[in-house]
Design a protein around this ligand. Structure first.
Ligand code: HPA
Length: 277
């Protein structure tokens, strides 16, 4: 049976043959942002469905393809759409596209997701810079044999979200006249949303926002030595004393309303990165 490593290498060679391996910057465009990578220039695309060993996206709001092009004056490899644990993939399979990015030479990884706000000072439509995370997915993509060429057996997680990149993103937001929040993202498996008791628990353990993605990809990227910058779009507020039902349409609509602001910040961040990053 083919190993995970062999599967990733096969997938990487397929993508490399179509886009080459120039990009040093990777962008994972999550819910809502997926459709608004409009400022990408000179685009080559590769549908996930054509790539050997790739999972297939099943969630509305998530397209499934790699886009290679220029953004903020620099070559960027975009993942338009991601995979989730709750779709039935293993947590390791969810990280296949990140490993492909790593093998193609991506060193700086920017991600976005939709998340529920837990910090009562947040509001729907806020953009939160993730400063740290809590992995409550119940799994870890690094379980199993370690691929030593990809990263260490026990990767350090004491500073996963790059402080320099967070500072650059804050500066970019100020220049655009936009407010950003900062906080801790907690990742759950989903897909059922949180009960009020769960929200109280998550608040107690230090979470500012909650979602069902990002943790697997970030762990793989950290293992691979990438500099990581991640944004949560707060699509709904989870206040245990004022519970409000929330559905996927609302989440997608709120993410789409926020997308132009987030895209402006991301473009400005990319423009500010050193050419060597
Ligand atoms: N919970 C989990 N994931 C989410 C939420 C939420 O409230 N909103 C958007 N993604």
């Amino acid at each position: 049976m083919e190993s995970f490593k062999d599967k990733v290498i096969q997938a990487t060679e397929f993508v490399r043959a179509r886009i080459g391996d120039r990009p040093r910057i990777g962008l994972l465009a999550g819910t809502g942002l997926g459709d608004s990578v409009g400022s990408l220039e000179k685009v080559t695309s590769v549908d996930y469905g054509r790539i050997p060993n790739f999972p297939v996206s099943t969630v509305p709001g998530h397209r499934g393809r790699f886009l290679s092009g220029n953004m903020g004056g620099k070559p960027v490899l975009v993942m338009q759409g991601r995979f989730h644990y709750y779709e039935g993939y293993t947590i390791k399979e969810v990280t296949i596209p990140v490993r492909v990015m790593q093998l193609l030479g991506v060193r700086t990884f920017i991600l976005s997701n939709a998340a529920g706000g837990i910090n009562p000072l947040f509001d729907t439509g806020d953009i939160m810079l993730i400063t740290d995370h809590i992995n409550l997915t119940g799994g870890n993509p690094l379980i199993g044999p370690n691929v030593d060429e990809w990263g260490p057996r026990f990767p350090d997680m004491s500073q996963v979200y790059d402080r320099k990149l967070v500072a650059i993103a804050e500066e970019a937001a100020i220049e655009d006249g936009l407010r950003v929040q900062k906080g801790v993202y907690v990742g759950l498996p989903g897909p059922s949303l949180e009960t009020r008791a769960e929200i109280r628990f998550l608040k107690t353990i230090g979470a500012d926002a909650v979602g069902f993605s990002t943790i697997p990809e970030v762990i793989a990227a950290a293992h691979g030595g990438m500099a990581i910058l991640a944004f949560s779009v707060i699509t709904n507020m989870n206040l245990p004393d004022n519970p409000m039902p929330c559905g996927l349409e609302e989440i997608i609509a709120a993410a789409e309303r926020t997308a132009p602001r987030l895209q402006a910040i991301i473009e400005r961040v990319i423009a500010k990165l050193d050419a060597t990053d």
